[in-house]
Design a binder for this molecule. Structure first.
Ligand code: WTA
Length: 656
């Protein structure tokens, strides 16, 4: 596994703990007994969680693991996911409750009640049906954080079509590969989006992506910025012209518990993103339970805000499915945290009296950098639970979050999970857990995780190794879209003998047996909580005419967690001063942004004469990481040519 950085070692000397207040514990959704109850009968525990949902037909079996690693949960059960997230709340008399307090970046707002959301989802479901979309079809969605994004996802779920949401910041190339892989029939996007006070085009990028895309029959365009957009007469439709006139009645059909719900692409260790497949009943039970337990959410009382984007799994599970299944009132914000000023989030919390706030460590560190005085200007007394997700949170950031945002009163929950796990797996429970800054602590009741060594043997207290999930769970991925072999190979081959799911993360137990996550052990980088594979960035670099070879590493970065550092060898015949100059380097960075998206832009690109490789030709990223982090170069004995590192270091020192 990757060697640990000194910063991570520091984590393990952390000894502060914060017991829950008696007041909080007395009203907490979760109880300490849940751990033992789930341990005693895991399936019965999950069956109780599934009872949070409305089932048209009850399941006959909780778990069928006979085709492992392909799981079936709540076998024989039938339900409609959108009905569970919307209609049933209206039927129970909560139609007037606000589901979404939407805040646009320029300052426009919309409040949408459950009754209104139901009408919108029904209309959109009718609209998709009118376009010929039926159960099992795929619909790609590239939209910013506007209500139509949520409505579109729920409309797909309602008619049993799978959505594939593609993050708005992804390039046309990235969108196209996802559309092709899923063979999407319809694409839903907008004319443009507001980012940092400016309108940026979306539709034009989508058009570029879809040139010649054979599976796509229709493109539906939400009007947001009002800017002119290119138009393909036969193919394109305005959302408001298509959806608004539809009837607001739509009878939801019950689908099998294992009916596919969505595909979400995520980076793996190869260049080709994986389409992670999630299904209906188990997934919804998992996200509803965890949202209830981990955030202590009380419907009708709390105002919840998860700052993620629907382009990522956090947006799927903790903006759309879990919260809406639990009848949340939530804030959805379109823009960036510093537009028009650095207090925007706190202003929104103050205005809507947000009580549960869920964000990412990279943003917390950015807030720290902006200064304590900014949140101090606002009334944050409505807050009662704070969450963190996406990467390990360093104890300093955790303490700052607790003190400056949570007023030393709110429990902080550090939630570990992945696109593949569907929902939260390891996290403290507010009102139950004695929290430790920087640790995700314990698998949730119903979940089993272990830290094991190379041989798959669990390590003892104080020991470190790989994080594995040793029992199936309801929200688990059901495979990689169209590639069962890759699913087995990626997650289940490493500890095949034991039947463990290999998460790809390093972890440690502390002296109490609490789990500390230490970052990825594979070639996946985590930049501002976004997963980006080194191979993806390398492929983008070598697709540039001046680059012969490239190696990419994630180097520790104080704000973004990791920063992308690339080492490139130029092609023969390309003069170094021509291709290695500031402008040329900038052009290379932009090339990566164009190929993948701005989030993949390398922080730094270094031109080098050679790359360190093993005798079998594998690039030793470990050594490059040493260079990128200005550390002494580690063990070079397995290099085919051990002088390469001297060549690289001296070249860099001489400023080439
Ligand atoms: C990392 C995001 C430490 C981890 C929900 C994981 C974390 C990857 C945490 C999944 C956390 C996420 N502590 N590391 N609380 N949460 N990670 O698929 O490396 O975008 O494997 O899902 O993020 O990223 P993904």
């Amino acid at each position: 596994m990757t060697e640990q950085s000194p910063a991570l070692d520091n984590l393990l000397t952390e000894s502060r703990t914060f017991p829950p207040s008696e007041e909080f514990a007395a009203r907490a959704n979760a109880t300490p007994e849940w751990y033992a109850e789930a341990e005693q009968d895991r399936e019965a525990f999950w069956a109780r969680q599934a009872e949070r949902l409305h089932w048209d037909t009850r399941w006959s079996q909780v778990l069928d693991w006979s085709q492992a690693p392909f799981a079936k949960w709540f076998v024989g059960g039938k339900l409609n996911v959108a009905y569970n997230c919307v209609d049933r709340h209206v039927e129970a008399g909560h139609g007037d409750q606000v589901a979404i307090h939407w805040v646009g970046e320029p300052g426009d707002t919309r409040d949408i009640t459950y009754a209104q959301l139901k009408d919108e989802v029904c209309k959109a479901a009718n609209a998709l049906t009118s376009l010929g979309v039926t159960a099992n079809d795929r619909v790609a969605i590239q939209l910013q954080m506007i209500p139509e994004a949520i409505v579109a996802m729920l409309a797909c779920a309602r008619i049993g079509a799978m959505h594939s949401v593609v993050f708005g910041g992804f390039s046309p190339t990235a969108l196209r590969s996802r559309v092709d892989d899923a063979q999407a029939k319809v694409v839903i996007t907008s004319d443009g989006q507001y980012r940092r006070g400016k309108a940026a085009p979306m539709k034009a990028n989508v058009d570029e992506a879809l040139a010649g895309a054979e599976s796509v029959e229709k493109v539906v365009v939400v009007r947001r910025t009002g800017d002119d957009v290119p138009w393909t007469q036969e193919r394109d439709l305005w959302w408001h012209e298509l959806v608004d006139p539809q009837p607001a009645e739509h009878t939801p059909q019950a689908f099998d518990s294992e009916h596919p719900l969505y595909i979400l692409y995520t980076s793996g260790t190869t260049g080709k993103p994986k389409g992670i497949l999630h299904t209906s009943g188990g997934y919804l039970a998992h996200v509803a339970y965890t949202h209830h337990a981990v955030f202590d959410h009380k419907p009708g009382e709390d105002v919840y805000w998860c700052t993620a984007d629907i382009g990522w799994v956090t947006g799927h599970s903790y903006i759309v499915y879990g919260p809406l299944a639990n009848r949340v009132t939530q804030v959805v914000y379109e823009g960036t945290p510093n537009t028009p000023h650095e207090g925007r989030h706190w202003e929104i919390i103050q205005k809507y009296k947000v009580s549960i706030y869920y964000t990412a460590p990279t943003l917390i560190r950015t807030f720290m950098k902006w200064g304590n005085e900014i949140p101090a200007k606002y009334d944050l007394s409505s807050l009662r639970v704070l969450g963190s997700v996406g990467e390990p949170i360093n104890p300093e950031a955790w303490m700052w979050y607790r003190e400056h945002i949570g007023g030393n009163r709110c429990p902080v929950v550090d939630t570990w999970w992945q696109t593949e796990t569907g929902g939260i797996m390891i996290s403290p429970l507010p009102g139950v857990t004695h929290a430790k800054p920087g640790s995700a602590q314990r698998p949730l009741p119903g979940i089993s995780a272990k830290v094991v060594d190379d041989t798959g043997t669990e390590v003892g207290k104080g020991g470190g190794g790989y994080l594995v999930l040793d029992k199936p769970w309801p929200g688990m991925l059901r495979g990689i879209w169209g590639d069962d072999e890759r699913y087995k190979e990626t997650y289940w081959s490493r500890f095949a003998e034991q039947g463990f799911y290999f998460a790809g993360d390093g972890a440690k137990y502390d002296a109490d047996g609490d789990i500390w996550l230490l970052g990825r052990v594979d070639d996946v980088m985590n930049v501002s909580g976004h997963r980006i594979s080194t191979t993806e960035v390398e492929s983008a670099l070598v697709s540039h005419p001046t680059v012969a070879e490239a190696a990419v590493v994630g180097a520790t970065d104080p704000t973004t967690g990791q920063g992308i550092v690339a080492f490139v060898i130029l092609r023969g015949g390309v003069a170094e001063d021509e291709a290695g100059g500031t402008e040329a380097i900038q052009a290379l960075r932009n090339h990566v942004a164009k190929e993948i998206g701005p989030i993949a832009k390398p922080r730094q690109i270094m031109v080098v004469p050679e790359l360190p490789k093993t005798r079998s030709g594998k690039i030793m990223r470990r050594l490059l990481r040493d260079v990128a982090e200005n550390r002494e170069i580690g063990d070079v004995t397995t290099l085919a040519d051990s002088s390469v590192m001297d060549l690289i270091s001296s070249g860099l020192r001489s400023g080439k």
